[in-house]
Design a protein around this ligand. Sequence first.
Ligand code: RUB
Length: 323
Amino acid sequence: MTDTEPSPAVSETAESIATMEIRGAATIASAAAEALADQAEAAAEADATAGDPEAFRASLRAAARTLRETRPTAVSLPNALRYVLQRMEGDSVDRLRRSVVDASEAFVEQLDRAQEDLGQVGANRLADGDTVMTHCHSTDALACIEAAVEQGKSISAVVKETRPRQQGHITAEQLRDAGVPVTLIVDSAARRYLDEVDHVVVGADSIAADGGVINKIGTSGLAVNARERGVPIMTAAQTIKLHPETLTGHTVEIEMRDEAEVIDPEAREAIGQIDVENPAFDVTPPRYMDAIVTEQGQFPPESIVTLMRELFGEGAAEPWAEP
Ligand code: RUB
């Protein structure tokens, strides 16, 4: 390892996030924080960094940049890196190492606690006997449904498969394991089934300052249909999903993924010259979302900016940048 090279564990985590072996905004965030702790341990041992606090800091910043570049949309990733790097302090490599490892552990602990707390808030919106509809696979959304079940409520679920990668299958399995009766449907059947649903529960990859919810592609159409049918829809999102850069007018980058996820290359060849596009996320305007459920309570989307200012001030530092 040279002074700025990522440790093998950082490279492995970055690769797993990029290939979606590690996926979902909260899971990506905790994996990134843990990878920085690993970088700190490795840099405290490596010849190039062990005796040089500035080289150690540079190697942590470089590792954060490697992790940052994996996927662009879930703000939980840069927020995790920010949390850890802003707590890196000390005038010796050993103190720096300790501060990074401690911050990483504290971040993961807070993440788990936040999910538990928001689960309670979201569960209070669900009533005994409710049927919920889900989209994609969100650990925050599942926390709400599971907490409702733990409160003794009987909940059933209509689970959208979520093309093209079918993360709905993971949701179906986890809900089934929690004792929730599940009906799996294709995405295009959602509107038909909304008549049988009491609540739509989705997660978020990022939440913009205007209350726009960035989540798996298809969320915005689902929200519009839910509003038209009079079915309430909530986003379950820990505050690490709040996107500080949107406070200063930046928009959230929507990840475009490989067209082979949409159509098999041979089938495409058979069709002839066509364009294929595969955006992974979309933006649901705040007026179509009933509530954003966080570990700090529930908020109408339009008021989320107040919480954002409290947590981030007017913008976001980039502690991974070269000084
Ligand atoms: C996952 C997705 C999830 C959010 C929230 O997309 O859109 O709804 O990330 O998940 P992908 P969580 O599969 O492309 O990563 O609540 O677990 O953070």
